[in-house]
Design a protein around this ligand. Sequence first.
Ligand code: ADP
Ligand code: MG
Length: 361
Amino acid sequence: MRVLLENLTKRFASRTEKGRDVIAVNNFCFEIPDGQLVGLLGPSGCGKSTTLNLISGLETPSEGRILFGDQDVTRLPPEERGVGLVFQNYALYPHLTVEENIIFPLQNLKGKQKMTKEAMHEKALEAARLVQIDPLMERKPKELSGGQQQRVAIARALVKIPNVLLLDEPLSNLDARLRLQTREELRRIQRDTGVTTIFVTHDQEEAMSISDLIIVMKDGVVNQIGKPQEVYDDPVNLFVAQFLGTPAINVLEGELRGGRLFIGEEAVLDMPGKADGPVWVGIRPEGFLLDENGPFTCALDRVEVMGRDVSVVCTHGKMTGRNIRAIIPSEDRNSIRGETVRFRLKPAKVHVFDRESEARR
Ligand code: ADP
Ligand code: MG
């Protein structure tokens, strides 16, 4: 089911008389194509949960419309929207078994949708198989691990075959290993069912690894929408560039002069056709090439072993962060000698941003 958000805005009134309203979601316009998994990504407090709650109907928008397919659902109550919801805390009924928990959403169906006990049992088993917890149907939630509980929550969200599956940081309570495994499973389940899914996370790596599309938001405003690789390679502003990628992009003060990019006195890269002026320079850690005649000189601090690669940690007078990180293949580390390192830069890995607006130049 395609989901369309049109000028969607949510304002929360201030609790004090003098305080300002919070605009949690500010004029959202975007379309989530049918059958895709979309990652909604941004720092804590940027409005991700509010967006999801608007789509599910738990919150009513201050302005704007929400469409599922061609149907305007903006004023529909949650139970009539056909959404499946999964939250960070699994919120299972502790006194019910796994099977009873999964069946729960089917029990209140009315009229033509009403199901027999056998049919409900069948449906629950199907959903349980999908998330591979079918052998545990008789257990109570407290007899399950965190990962298993979250799978029960996912099965419960899927049992009615939702129009849209909404997941709000569903993996945050799992340990690192389980998080990795469960996210791959989520991707598989989403592919198998083809259900349009919106996945909220503040973890950029998680969003990039499983999403067809990512939506990067900040302070209630959508900054960029696109395929994960495209957004990483072509960030529209400094915020998006800094939010995606680990280690983070290196940011330095620079200046464009006569079609060349200067950092301090060094002309580090040709950038023909760009207007002169001060800029922020973003250099991805993988954008450095060791070169003893290279134009960009840094002071070496240390080399950190990462396994296949090493991280060359340097400093520079124009850097804005604590240091500069360059990722190079570990076999090249022997050519690092002395107190300075010189680099050539890969043009596709260097982005320049307006010093004022921070928009990409
Ligand atoms: P996220 O999920 O990205 O962490 P939220 O959507 O929960 O962000 O919150 C976005 C902003 O809206 C925050 O500033 C938060 O404090 C505010 N907010 C959320 N819910 C309410 C509410 N019920 N009343 C007032 N402010 C709220
Ligand atoms: Mg949230």
